[in-house]
Design a protein. Structure first.
Ligand code: NPW
Ligand code: ADP
Ligand code: K
Length: 493
C-alpha cells in the first residue's frame, strides 16, 4: 500500500516531523536530492539547479551546495527575491552564497549542455496559475535537452489535482518528499512527473498520520479472488447480465459480455435492445444473446451491467428503470449514466437503492451526473469522485489517466496502471464487463472496481511491453491480456 496525502496533511506532517527527525527537513530534502544525483550522474558533470521563491527553491539551493562540494559543476539559477524567502530557504541561500559561487538570474546564452536540470521553482506552495513571466521560465526549462529532476512536484503542476496551472515542467523524474500527493498520480500528473522517487526524509508518515488515500498497485488487489476449488461449478462464479446493444451499438454489449466471460463469470447473458441484433456471437458463442426485456425473467442472474451501447430510447429508459428496481449488484456505464443525469426520477432511484451499485463514468459522464462542466471535473477529479460517491451512495471509478476508485464510504485510491492505448472506443465497455465479472464472483463493489481498474490498465501495459500499441490497441485485445494479468494476481490454490 502506497500512502497518498493531501497537501494540507503534508504540511501537518512537516511540522510533526521537524521535531521527530531533529534536523531541518530542507537539509534532508537537499541531501536526498544530492544523494540521488550522485548515484545517477558521474561527478564533474554540469548541472543546472533552478530555485524559485519558496522552500522548494530552498531544497534546490541545499542540493546545489552539496553537489558543488561533491565535485559537480553547478549553474545556480535563482529566480526568487532574497528578502522574501521563507527562513529555511533564506538560510539555504546564505549557505550557497558562502560557497562563493554566483547566482544566475538568466540562463547562459547559448545554453550549455547540462547533464541534468534540477527543478526547484514551485512545489506544494503553488497556489494560482503561472503568469506569463513564470510560464516563459518553464518554457525555457522545458526547451533544454537535459532531463529534468523535479523536486517534490513538477513546477506548475497542482499537487492537489494534477492540473497544469498554465504551464508545467516536464520531468523525467520527480523526487517527492514525505509522501505522495494526489496530483502526481492523476490527470496531467503522470505525464509531467515521470518516474516518482519517494524521499521520506526520515519520517514514518504512516505512524504520524493516517493517509487520505492510496496509490493502487497490483499488490493491493493480488489475492482478492480466491483460488478455485477443483470441485467448482459455473453456478459459483456468477451469472452476469449485460443490458445494452441498441441499433448500431451492439458491439459495445458484445465487448462487455466477452470481457465478463473471460474474466471469470460463470455465465453471461446479453440483453440487447436492437430488435435486429444477432442471436449468436460467432466469435464468442458461449455468450447467450437475448432481448433486453428477457433478462428480467431470468431467475439465475446474480449481477447486471447496464449501459454499453444502451442508447437513450424509451426501451433503454425502461430497461434501466427495471434494473434499478432489482436488488442485484449493478454496474452502470455510458448511457445508463447519461440517462440518470437526464432524468431526476432515475437519479433518485439510484440514490435510494439498497443493492451494490458501481458507477463507471468518464469525466464527461461524471460532469453530466454532477451538473458540472467536464473541465470542472478534470480540474479536481478527486473532488468530483467524492461528490459523486456522496450523492449517489455508490462505489465508482472516475476514469481517465490516473483513474480514481472511490468507495461509497469515501475511501479512495488512484490507479497507477494503464497507458494511452486505452484511449479508444470500446475500452470502457470492457471495463464495465470486467467489473461485472468480479461482482458476479462475489467481490464487494469497491474491491471489484479496484481489481477491474487495475487489471484493465495492467493489461494495456502488458501489451505495450510485448510490443503492441499503445497506438492502435483495441478493446478486444485488452480482454485476453486482462485475463492473463488476473492469473498472476489470483492466489494459488
Ligand atoms: N512540506 C514539507 O514537508 C517539506 C517541504 N519542503 C519543500 O517546501 C516546498 C513548499 O514550500 P513553500 O510552501 O514555500 O512553497 P513553494 O512551492 O516553494 O512555492 C511557494 C512560493 O511561490 C509563490 N507562488 C505560489 N504560486 C505562485 C504562482 N502561480 N506564481 C508566482 N508565485 C507563486 C508563493 O508566494 P505567494 O505569492 O503565494 O506569497 C511562495 O513564495 C515543498 O514543495 C518542498 O519542496 C522541503 O523543504 C522539506 C519538507
Ligand atoms: N490515457 C489513459 N491512461 C489510462 N487509462 C486510460 C487512458 N485513456 C483512457 N483510459 C481508460 O480507458 C477506458 C475508456 O473508457 P471510455 O472513455 O468509457 O471508453 P468507451 O466509451 O469508448 O468504451 C477507461 O477505463 C479509462 O480509464
Ligand atoms: K518543483
Amino acid at each position: 500500500m502506497t500512502a497518498v496525502y493531501h497537501v494540507e496533511q503534508i504540511r501537518t506532517l512537516e511540522s510533526m516531523g521537524a521535531t521527530q527527525v531533529g534536523q531541518p527537513l530542507m537539509q534532508l530534502a537537499g541531501q536526498a536530492v544530492a544523494d540521488w544525483v550522485r548515484s545517477h550522474v558521474p561527478t564533474g558533470q554540469r548541472i543546472l539547479c533552478v530555485a524559485g521563491q519558496g522552500n522548494n527553491g530552498g531544497d534546490a539551493l541545499v542540493a546545489a551546495r552539496l553537489l558543488k562540494q561533491a565535485g559537480y559543476q553547478i549553474d545556480m539559477l535563482f529566480l526568487g527575491q532574497v528578502a522574501t524567502l521563507p527562513p529555511d530557504a533564506q538560510r539555504a541561500w546564505q549557505d550557497w552564497q558562502a560557497t562563493g559561487q554566483p547566482c544566475l538570474t538568466a540562463l547562459p546564452s547559448p545554453a550549455p549542455s547540462y547533464r541534468i536540470v534540477i527543478d526547484g521553482l514551485f512545489g506544494i506552495g503553488l497556489n494560482r496559475p503561472l503568469d506569463a513571466g513564470w510560464m516563459a521560465w518553464v518554457d525555457q526549462l522545458n526547451l533544454l535537452a537535459a532531463p529534468k529532476l523535479a523536486l517534490d512536484v513538477p513546477s506548475g503542476l497542482c499537487a492537489k489535482t494534477g492540473a497544469v496551472l498554465g504551464r508545467a515542467v516536464h520531468a523525467k523524474w520527480t523526487m517527492t518528499f514525505i509522501g505522495l500527493k494526489p496530483g502526481l498520480l492523476t490527470h496531467d500528473g503522470p505525464d509531467h512527473a515521470g518516474e516518482i522517487i519517494m524521499a521520506p526524509l526520515g519520517l514514518d508518515a504512516h505512524t504520524l498520520l493516517a493517509p487520505a488515500g492510496r496509490a493502487l498497485h497490483g499488490a493491493d488487489v493480488a489475492g482478492l479472488l480466491a483460488p478455485r476449488l477443483r470441485n467448482s461449478h459455473k453456478g459459483l462464479f456468477g451469472s452476469v447480465g449485460v443490458i445494452g446493444g441498441a441499433a448500431g451499438m451492439v458491439g459495445a454489449a458484445l465487448l462487455a459480455g466477452r470481457a465478463a466471460l473471460k474474466l471469470g463469470a460463470g455465465r453471461v447473458t446479453l440483453g440487447l435492445l436492437d430488435p435486429d441484433a444477432p442471436r449468436v456471437d460467432h466469435l464468442q458463442p458461449e455468450l447467450m444473446l437475448r432481448h433486453a426485456e428477457d433478462l428480467f425473467h431470468l431467475a439465475h442472474l446474480t449481477c447486471l451491467a447496464v449501459g454499453p451501447g444502451l442508447g437513450k430510447s424509451a426501451d433503454a429508459v425502461h430497461a434501466l428503470d427495471l434494473a434499478l428496481r432489482t436488488p442485484l449488484p449493478l454496474v452502470l456505464d455510458a448511457d445508463a449514466l447519461n440517462l440518470i443525469a437526464d432524468k431526476p426520477d432515475l437519479a433518485n432511484q439510484l440514490a435510494t437503492r439498497q443493492g451494490t451499485t458501481v458507477l463507471t463514468p468518464h469525466p464527461a459522464e461524471a460532469g453530466r451526473l454532477l451538473g458540472w462542466q467536464t473541465a470542472a471535473v478534470q480540474a479536481d477529479r478527486l473532488q468530483a469522485a467524492t461528490a459523486l460517491a456522496e450523492h449517489f451512495g455508490a462505489d465508482l471509478v472516475l476514469k481517465g489517466c490516473g483513474s480514481i476508485c472511490m468507495s461509497c464510504q469515501g475511501e479512495w485510491c488512484i490507479n497507477t496502471s494503464g497507458n494511452p492505448g486505452l484511449a479508444s472506443g470500446g475500452q470502457g465497455d470492457v471495463l464495465a464487463g470486467v467489473v461485472a465479472a468480479l461482482l458476479g464472483q462475489g467481490l464487494s463493489g469497491f474491491d471489484a472496481v479496484q481489481l477491474a481498474v487495475y487489471l484493465h490498465g495492467a493489461a494495456a501495459d502488458k501489451l505495450v511491453t510485448e510490443g503492441l500499441g499503445p497506438v492502435g490497441l483495441t478493446a478486444s485485445e485488452i480482454i485476453d491480456a486482462a485475463r492473463a494479468v488476473l492469473r498472476g494476481l489470483t492466489k494459488r490454490g
